[in-house]
Design a protein. Structure first.
Ligand SMILES: *Cc1c(COP(=O)(O)O)cnc(C)c1O
Length: 399
């Protein structure tokens, strides 16, 4: 595939207000107008490049949004204070009472809880389907359906969504395909593969330092502008804004994203291959035995690998907990949720980030209690890490 998203990040050229190599950070909540008429025009949405109030946009959030739009290859982007802020704004902008959503059943726990428990209060209902079955997705679409929603690589089962095929389906029914691409920045350019709207939690790989929460919506200019419309824009009116200082920081961290993604992927592939040789029950989309391996390969941009996430299935939650505590004590990583950090993070998904999903449904989708999700770190010497992990597994009686 010829799309090279890292080039677009490399090619960003910003001259700061004082000629700085980084754009100046805007430290203001409100902005002055030299003429009263311009203020009125801005409220009516007529003046490009005029700042009004930082819930609407600030120079710093626009710089970051611009970089993310370039990375995704979309016309525009809107930065939000969290991934959930981005997701909920998109859904509430597209759906009203009596509408319907077709969503993958293996999605981030918070998104699942929003669709399952919160949206019905507004009379918006969701059918959760096996996203790898196009027949099931199509069968769930009805005349009230306002979107197909999925994650490129799903959390935590690492199922791969067939974005080109889903996009054709969405087109057939004239509805948008909304894709959460948090697990695969740079690796997969979802908008190039047919996503109408691409969402990221910036909290994860894109920022990569686990010191802030953030989100983004990438899409057509018309839709992004509608999100921040002063009269009926979900982002403008619900207010999930990101602070300018944080936006400036995330923009700087994005510059090393390509290097980091490659290292996360290389390390994860190495560990997955070793675990497989050891006879462990490992799931990693870079392994040939993974159900979505060929599909993901066909969607990947070159050279970023298959991502930093892998899962191990142990016989029980107790065994998983024992191993995770041991690995933390040996300083292999942290027993923590989230992903995309320089250190490896691990958690038992069923009892943590997917605990919003009822036990029965967890079972049905193949999420076992002993499943550990690993976000593999940037360890310079992954062989050393593997040896320490193996020692822990031997001590816990897993190997
Ligand atoms: C973390 C995450 C979210 C939510 O993002 P926040 O920044 O925590 O609000 C959404 N989707 C996926 C896939 C995630 O991993």
């Amino acid at each position: 595939m010829s799309f090279k998203p890292a080039d677009f990040i490399q090619d960003i050229q910003n001259f700061g207000e004082f000629g700085g190599v980084n754009p100046s950070i805007s430290d203001s909540a409100t902005y002055t107008f030299l003429a009263a008429k311009t203020m009125q025009d801005t409220f009516e949405g007529h003046t490009e490049g005029c700042y009004l109030y930082s819930r609407h946009a600030s120079p710093s959030t626009l710089y970051l949004g611009d970089a993310l739009a370039k990375m995704e290859g979309t016309e525009s982007a809107l930065v939000a204070g969290s991934g959930m802020g981005a997701i909920t704004s998109v859904i509430l902008q597209l759906c009203k009472a009596n509408d319907h959503i077709v969503s993958s059943r293996t999605i981030y726990g918070g998104t699942y809880a929003f669709m399952k428990n919160f949206l019905p209060r507004l009379d918006i209902n969701t059918s959760f389907v096996d996203i790898t079955s196009l027949e099931k997705v199509e069968a769930a679409i009805n005349s009230k359906t306002k979107m197909i929603y999925c994650e490129t690589i799903s959390n935590p089962l690492l199922e791969v969504a067939n974005l080109p095929a889903l996009s054709k389906l969405a087109e057939k029914y004239n509805i948008p395909l909304v894709v959460d691409n948090t697990f695969s920045p740079l690796m997969v350019s979802s908008s190039h593969l047919g996503a109408t709207i691409t969402i990221h939690s910036l909290t994860k790989f894109i920022n990569g330092t686990n010191d802030t929460i953030g989100g983004v919506v990438c899409g057509k200019k018309e839709f992004i502008d509608s999100l921040r419309n002063v009269n009926d824009g979900a982002a403008m009116l619900l207010g999930p804004v990101m602070d300018s200082l944080r936006a400036a920081q995330i923009l700087k961290n994005m510059r090393s994203l390509a290097l980091r993604m490659r290292k996360h992927s290389d390390n994860a592939l190495y560990l997955a291959e070793q675990f497989q040789k050891d006879g462990l029950s490992v799931v990693y989309p870079g392994l040939e035995n993974h159900k979505g391996h060929e599909l993901l390969k066909s969607m990947l941009n070159e050279s970023y690998g298959f991502g930093g996430l892998l899962t191990l299935e142990l016989e029980s939650l107790e065994k998983a907990n024992e191993l995770m505590e041991l690995m933390q004590n040996r300083n292999i990583g942290y027993l923590a949720v989230s992903l995309g950090f320089y250190k490896t993070l691990f958690s038992a998904s069923g009892a943590s980030t997917s605990s919003e999903i009822p036990e029965e449904e967890q079972k049905e989708m193949g999420l076992s209690k002993g499943l550990i999700r690993f976000s593999i770190g940037l360890d310079d010497d992954i062989v050393r890490t593997y040896k320490s992990m193996k020692a822990c597994m031997q001590e816990a009686g897993i190997l």
